[in-house]
Ligand binder design. Structure first.
Ligand SMILES: Nc1nc2c(ncn2[C@@H]2O[C@H](COP(=O)(O)OP(=O)(O)OP(=O)(O)O)[C@@H](O)[C@H]2O)c(=O)[nH]1
Ligand SMILES: [Mg+2]
Length: 239
């Protein structure tokens, strides 16, 4: 059974308690994510940060909305570069979240109009990252809600299953579907993952409408440390 920490219908809470939690969240948003800063870009695995600070990475097809999701979660439109044209993010970008963790924006996968040598390079690099990156605690697989679980997504899932990170599936651009259709795609995707024996959590998200942000913060809170960690000197955040 897939655990679901990100569904808001919590049977343990009374209606009043849920109302109170929502009220407190409005009063006290999860501000640590709003101080996120860019720190390093890596073209090869050897260029990745060598410290062991916990990280959560965003992977998925080109143009699925990875960089936009990071910007929405951190409330900073200029943090990760986004574009209508697929293939915008070409490096492994690390962003520091207080008090000493990383969010990682990965290059898009599966964009056909890229030279073969580059596709090969990214297959090796991304595959190596997902299989072997020790500080990676959770991989967020970002999928356009209109095209979930493509062959490319399954390749990412297969690579990650060789590593030790947990999986979370972000069905983004949910504003492109009606509420009912989005919910039914969520359940259908959950069922397909269960059928294949893939454990993970799922949620709906829209960078346009800013929905699913609280759920994403709760997820990140589960995987990132809250105690301060020292950053290495060469990883000074550019804020
Ligand atoms: N309607 C809608 N559009 C979105 C959403 N998220 C992203 N987009 C749009 O989708 C396009 C691609 O977004 P990016 O965030 O650059 O996608 P990416 O996955 O980082 O792309 P690559 O870096 O090329 O792999 C942009 O035009 C965004 O404005 C969303 O939730 N709703
Ligand atoms: Mg991007």
């Amino acid at each position: 059974m897939i655990p679901s920490p990100c569904y808001s219908s919590n049977p343990c809470c009374s209606y009043n308690q849920i109302e109170e939690i929502h009220f407190l969240k409005i009063l006290m948003p999860n501000t640590r994510y709003f101080q996120t800063c860019f720190t390093t870009s890596a073209h090869t695995l050897a260029q990745l940060p060598k410290d062991s600070l916990a990280e959560v990475a965003f992977a998925g097809r080109s143009n699925s909305g990875k960089s936009s999701a990071i910007n929405t979660i951190t409330r900073n439109k200029k943090l990760a570069r986004t574009s209508k044209t697929p293939g915008r993010t070409q490096l492994i970008n690390h962003f520091v979240v207080a008090p000493g963790n990383y969010l990682v924006d990965l290059p898009g996968y599966g964009y056909a109009k890229v030279p073969k040598a580059q596709i090969k390079h990214w297959q090796t690099t991304l595959g190596g990252y997902l299989r072997n990156r020790e500080p990676l605690r959770c991989l967020i697989i970002v999928m356009d809600i209109r095209r979930p679980l493509s062959d490319h997504d399954w390749r990412l899932i297969d690579w990650s299953l060789e590593g030790s990170a947990s999986l979370h599936f972000l069905l983004t651009k949910s504003d492109k579907l009606s509420k009912g259709a989005a919910q039914s795609t969520l359940l259908d995707t959950k069922r397909k993952l269960e059928e294949e024996g893939v454990a993970g959590t799922l949620q709906l998200f829209s960078a346009l409408k800013k929905t699913g942000v609280d759920d994403a913060h709760e997820l990140l809170d589960m995987y990132l440390d809250t105690e301060a960690k020292a950053l290495p000197d060469d990883n000074e955040p550019a804020c």
